[in-house]
Ligand binder design. Structure first.
Ligand code: ROI
Length: 166
């Protein structure tokens, strides 16, 4: 049987616990070690104050582009394993601090709505800390159902987001 075709996939990375910059860099290495996943691009790191509960540390975020022929659900399970390896605790955790959050933002031009997985990611169009790093590595992107990334960027000020130099 032939392998499924390669898709270009964008992954959002976020951390605000246990040395967030190190968490993001470790996650990049771990994603690169996955079979059938190759890095295409990696954005700068961005620092921002938390969206949601304000009583938690600032976040570090980045976006990574990879080529993969893993099925979306298989990629999701592998990313969850990496989150768990990096000490993520999954209890009553919505909107609270985390060592590592890996979200599949886009999977080619596919629209996916299955349990555990909604793609494009629901926050893609209005989260500054997702949109700006995504724009940095894919300024010509068309986001299925949302439109061209430059139009989305134009609606969201680069507010409270700090591009890091290291
Ligand atoms: N806030 C910021 N700035 N960055 C995140 O990655 C992030 N992730 C989250 C919530 C708690 C919504 N807030 C965030 O899950």
């Amino acid at each position: 049987m032939s392998e499924p075709q390669l898709s270009l996939v964008f992954i959002g990375l976020g951390s605000n616990l246990e040395h967030p910059v190190t968490q993001i860099k470790k996650a990049r290495v771990a994603i690169n070690r996955l079979e059938r996943v190759q890095e295409v691009a990696f954005s700068s790191l961005y620092q921002s104050s938390p969206m949601g509960d304000k009583d938690q540390p600032d976040y570090i975020n980045a976006v990574m582009a990879v080529n993969t022929n893993l099925k979306p659900i298989d990629l999701l399970r592998r990313l969850q394993q990496i989150e768990n390896q990096q000490g993520r605790v999954r209890e009553g955790e919505r909107w609270t601090a985390r060592t590592l959050d890996l979200d599949i933002l886009l999977y080619g031009d596919q629209h996916i709505d299955i349990p555990d997985l909604l793609i494009p990611h629901y926050g893609i169009a209005d989260r500054t800390f997702v949109l700006y790093p995504l724009y940095e590595i894919a300024p010509k992107l068309d986001i299925p159902g949302f439109g061209h990334i430059s139009d989305l960027i134009a609606k969201i000020p680069f507010d409270g987001l700090e591009k890091m130099t290291t």
